[in-house]
Design a protein around this ligand. Structure first.
Ligand code: ZN
Length: 150
């Protein structure tokens, strides 16, 4: 695990230790489950949509530090966003994790999620970081069923 040490920056550790919005959401209008068989990460994302805005978002699950920190930061970033803003953020994060970030401007647009940008150097970990985002998108697109990174 030593090659991953520089991924475990303070922010990731903090989110892993005290994940934000880590609970079941009563009255969720959308929900989906995700699974990353490569690592064993599991996540359930709950969303409460109101007039095209993500009023509340939370998650539950178990997995490695990166998957948990990523889900925690995702819920933090998406709360209060419109669906269009959320879609934009999804695309930006997806690009970042594939190492296709074009400029520092993109990093700025992504805000603190940029701490995950180092993950693109570790292909096996990209799915850990992207799991919650794919699950979030599946929830928006109707939910139900299981989203797998495979
Ligand atoms: Zn993982």
């Amino acid at each position: 695990m030593s090659e991953l040490s520089d991924l475990y920056q303070e922010v990731i550790l903090d989110h892993n230790k005290s994940p934000r919005n880590f609970h079941k959401l009563e009255g969720a209008t959308r929900t989906a489950e995700g699974y990353n068989p490569l690592c064993g990460d599991k996540v359930t994302v709950y969303i409460k949509l109101e007039g095209g805005v993500i009023k509340e978002i939370s998650f539950e699950g178990s997995g490695c530090a990166i998957s948990k920190a990523s889900a925690s930061m995702m819920t933090d970033s998406l709360k209060g966003k419109t669906l269009a803003e959320a879609e934009g953020l999804f695309e930006a994060v997806h690009k970042m994790l594939k190492g296709e970030m074009d400029s520092d401007a993109d990093l700025l647009g992504i805000g603190k999620l940029a701490v995950l940008s180092g993950v693109c150097n570790f292909p096996a970990r990209v799915k850990c970081a992207s799991l919650s985002w794919h699950t979030f998108r599946a929830a928006l697109q109707g939910g139900g069923g299981m989203t797998s990174t495979e």
